[in-house]
Design a protein around this ligand. Structure first.
Ligand SMILES: [Mg+2]
Length: 241
């Protein structure tokens, strides 16, 4: 285990095939369940996903449990948006609605890179980002498309640094992602994810938007309030603090 710049922690333990299967089975029992929750209630659970490892995380992402956790978070995100729309009809919802979404492992699927490069390296990861060819996670992509068609602005808030903006936009264009804003980590800012992302959500609110849903694959995407509803997607490949 090694601590990497920008607080991204990647675990690259490579277990044997049989221990891998046992660990994946154990994950389903030990992992905290995905939760839908108001932003002020978001706290990282005591069980951190620190011991799970890169290869274990990729294998877990192919399981029915991963699909179930993803579907639950996405279903709850739809429900929160639909509730907002009903409240808007009744005149009780405020602001212009927005959805905030993280990018990596929330909308953008980097597993092709991690499968090829099991030992994490920032230069290799940035070279992958610069290819601008990552696929999308389909459930999130469908939800964001639905939300935008139903009147929600879509803001991406990512820990990727500003210097990767053009490559990130190129990837989103290539995958035909429609959105309204891309807020990124300031170049040289080495703060933790929560410290970077909370002020960016405040920036969205200051523009006049109400953040109805904030969705991400890391607890640090969701902590620190400034959203009505938070949805945690599963990710056991890496932990961002
Ligand atoms: Mg992410």
């Amino acid at each position: 285990m090694s601590r990497l710049p920008l607080c991204l922690v990647i675990y690259v333990q490579l277990p044997t095939k049989s221990s891998l299967l046992l660990l994946i089975a154990a994950l389903a029992l030990l992992s905290p369940p995905v939760q839908s929750m108001p932003a002020e209630d978001v706290k990282a659970p005591p069980l951190h996903e620190k011991d799970f490892g890169n290869s274990i995380g990729i294998e877990f992402s192919k399981t029915a449990e991963f699909k179930k956790e993803t579907q639950k978070a996405i279903d709850d995100a739809y429900a929160a948006c639909k509730k907002y729309l009903k409240d808007k009809e009744k005149g009780t919802a405020k602001g212009i609605p927005a959805v905030v979404s993280d990018l990596d492992e929330t909308l953008i699927d980097n597993r092709p890179h991690f499968e090829q490069t099991p030992t994490f390296s920032w230069p290799a990861f940035e070279a992958w980002i610069k290819k601008a060819d990552a696929p999308l996670l389909p459930r999130t992509a469908e939800f964001l498309q639905w939300a935008r068609k139903n009147g929600f602005a879509i803001f991406f808030i990512t820990g990727r640094r500003e210097g990767l903006r053009a490559d990130t936009i190129a990837n989103l264009i290539r995958r035909k992602v429609a959105y309204d804003g891309l807020l990124m980590r300031r170049e040289g800012d080495r703060g933790g994810a929560e410290a970077v992302k909370v002020p960016l959500r405040q920036q969205v609110e200051k523009m006049g938007f109400t953040i109805v849903v904030n969705i991400g694959d890391q607890w640090s995407d969701l902590q620190g309030a400034h959203a009505q509803d938070c949805e945690k997607l599963p990710n056991k490949i890496y932990l961002v603090e």
